[in-house]
Design a protein around this ligand. Structure first.
Ligand code: HEC
Ligand code: HEC
Length: 229
């Protein structure tokens, strides 16, 4: 199903867990517990238009900030991809996994999200004036850019130049050092150009789970865009 393929590439079922049945991250010292909720039970809170508003605008069913969702990346999804993702969500088997239903925010986190002073606010909001396209681009370099913005920017930076944190994902200029063959192998299996898994294993894991769903044409388009930027 195309919806499963798009959802996998952009990471919905990475964060929300297998079958999108929910996943909790570790609890902070201050009591914050981030939960990527069980979509098979929470989807009823959303109309199809409401899901599009969540992905394109960062608007949840009751208007709270979707803390932890990379809306800066999802704002680039075309309307068609959002429809495909919504169809996938609607088709998920309903699973009760007993995990927490929603995140718990410490009072300090809740306050900084409510007054907009949290330093990551911009990650959970679209760029002002963003206009999602009806369809993903067809022209290869434009398609490559689209794939990078929707699939890589969450870790490699909203402009693909890295977030600058030490030890985090580098600027995607690193892809230029890859031959087409090495790049395809990284996307398919997670093996880096130098051989074996990536430094922390994160890139290798994400490639094998998420990017192996890309077609050969998509992998080539992505590489062509990264080489030319
Ligand atoms: C980086 C991790 C991450 C990714 C990727 C991600 N989500 Fe989420 N998602 C979360 C977290 C965390 C929340 C909880 C936000 C909140 O309400 O506090 C959430 C909330 C949601 C909600 C709202 C549930 C509710 O209770 O209102 C929906 C629907 C949702 N995500 C769908 C998706 C879809 C569809 C995708 C893929 C396009 C996706 N998510 C990708 C982490 C993620
Ligand atoms: C979930 C986070 C995440 C996503 C999404 C992601 N990357 Fe990475 N990437 C990393 C990290 C972290 C590294 C550094 C190596 C490591 O520790 O795994 C990396 C390293 C790389 C490298 C260099 C690998 C090496 O050491 O030779 C390339 C090339 C790369 N990423 C390409 C991509 C492309 C292309 C995409 C989108 C299709 C992408 N990445 C999406 C986290 C990510």
């Amino acid at each position: 199903m195309e919806g499963l393929r798009v959802a996998t590439r952009v990471g919905c079922n990475g964060c929300h867990g297998a079958d999108a049945a929910g996943r909790s991250f570790s609890k902070d010292k201050d009591g914050t517990l981030i939960v990527a909720p069980n979509l098979s039970t929470r989807r009823h809170l959303y109309t199809d238009e409401g899901l599009a508003a969540l992905l394109h605008e960062g608007r949840t069913h009751d208007g709270h900030v979707p803390f932890g969702m990379p809306i800066q990346a999802f704002q680039h999804l075309s309307h068609r991809e959002v429809r495909d993702i919504v169809a996938w969500m609607r088709s998920l088997p309903e699973v009760a996994n007993g995990s927490e239903e929603a995140s718990t925010w410490s009072p300090a986190l809740a306050a900084s999200l409510a007054d907009g002073s949290h330093p990551w606010m911009g990650d959970m909001r679209p760029t002002p004036g963003n206009q999602p396209a009806p369809e993903p681009p067809v022209e290869p370099v434009a398609l490559g850019r689209h794939l990078a913005m929707t699939s890589c920017s969450e870790c490699h930076g909203w402009d693909l130049n890295g977030f600058g944190d030490p030890g985090a994902a580098p600027s995607l200029v690193v892809a230029k050092a890859y031959t087409d063959e090495q790049f395809a192998r990284l996307m398919r299996t997670g093996e880096v150009a130098a051989g074996g898994p990536s430094a922390t294993g994160l890139m290798s894991g994400v490639s094998a789970f998420r990017f192996s769903v890309m077609s050969d044409a998509e992998v080539q388009a992505l590489k062509a865009y990264l080489d030319g930027r």
